[in-house]
Ligand binder design. Structure first.
Ligand code: B1M
Length: 208
């Protein structure tokens, strides 16, 4: 996979170009999951590395994120279906104070593709909103994503609120995001942790 090419296109801000690259790869028979795993995610990770070393700045990262979302929108219909019988249901969101949603969207897409009903609350979701959604949708699994070390503690706040609202026992909590680890999941009392979207599906199935 031409990772460098994908990376350049993300930074160029040219959504049409990315859509063309993706469509060409699909026509050449590359499976959408492989395209995400071996081209889009590494291309975005490289954006993060350059941001960290001040080779690029926030406006460029924002532009790259917009192009990435457009690329994922092309792939979404190929990953998700409308199964008559859902294997389970998930309420998912990025925690309060955190606006990173690309990884969370990927996890939601892969879960849908695996037959889960997914209620996506978006990004910057407060603990109260998670609780309200659990009461409303009664999911088997609550998925939370955090990309900032400063927003990780919000995951614990949500779990604490579920305990005090007496709904913790009715839902399994799955967490993930770049700074999150299995050790952190154990520490805050989450039921599962997944390092990537593929693993999130596996862990979600195990939690049912
Ligand atoms: Co931000 N950002 N960002 N950013 N950004 C990071 C996370 C950072 C590591 C960059 C860096 O310094 N190298 C850094 C965090 C440092 C830290 O906390 N230790 C950072 C920072 C500092 C910031 C700001 C504070 C910058 C500023 O304003 N000065 C700011 C914060 C805004 C806020 O949220 N309040 C900010 C803003 C932004 C943008 C808005 C420009 C944009 C987000 C756009 C969007 O999401 N709509 C952005 C981006 C794009 C990034 C990087 C470059 C890429 C993130 C991404 O989409 N990766 C990121 C650097 C990096 O991660 N390397 C960075 C691709 C995505 C597919 O991977 O999200 O990891 P990821 O998801 C994976 C797994 O983590 C896992 O599966 C996914 C798919 O495999 N996963 C789960 C995720 N959620 C899961 C949930 C699960 C299970 C698995 O279960 C429920």
């Amino acid at each position: 996979m031409e990772q460098e090419r994908y990376h350049e296109v993300l930074l160029s801000g040219n959504t049409t170009k990315l859509e063309e690259l993706i469509n060409a790869a699909l026509q050449a028979g590359v499976p959408p999951q492989q395209l995400i795993r071996e081209a889009l995610i590494p291309a975005m990770e490289k954006v993060g590395e350059k941001f960290k070393t001040n080779e690029i700045f926030l406006p460029e990262v924002m532009l790259a994120a917009r192009v990435m979302q457009a690329g994922l929108a092309v792939l979404k219909p190929l990953l998700t279906g409308e199964p008559a019988d859902y294997v389970g249901s998930v309420v998912i969101g990025t925690v309060q104070g955190d606006h990173h949603d690309i990884g969370k969207n990927l996890v939601a897409m892969m879960l849908e593709g695996a037959g889960f009903k997914v209620v996506d609350l978006g990004a910057d979701v407060s603990a109260e909103k998670f609780l309200q959604a659990i009461r409303q949708h009664q999911p088997e699994i609550l998925g939370m994503s955090a990309l900032l070390t400063t927003t990780m503690p919000k995951m614990k706040e949500v779990i604490d609120l579920l305990v005090s609202a007496r709904v913790r026992a009715q839902v399994k909590v799955l967490i993930g995001g770049a700074p999150v680890t299995q050790e952190y999941a154990d520490r805050i009392g989450a039921d599962g942790y997944a390092p990537d979207a593929g693993a999130a599906v596996e862990v979600a199935k195990k939690l049912l």
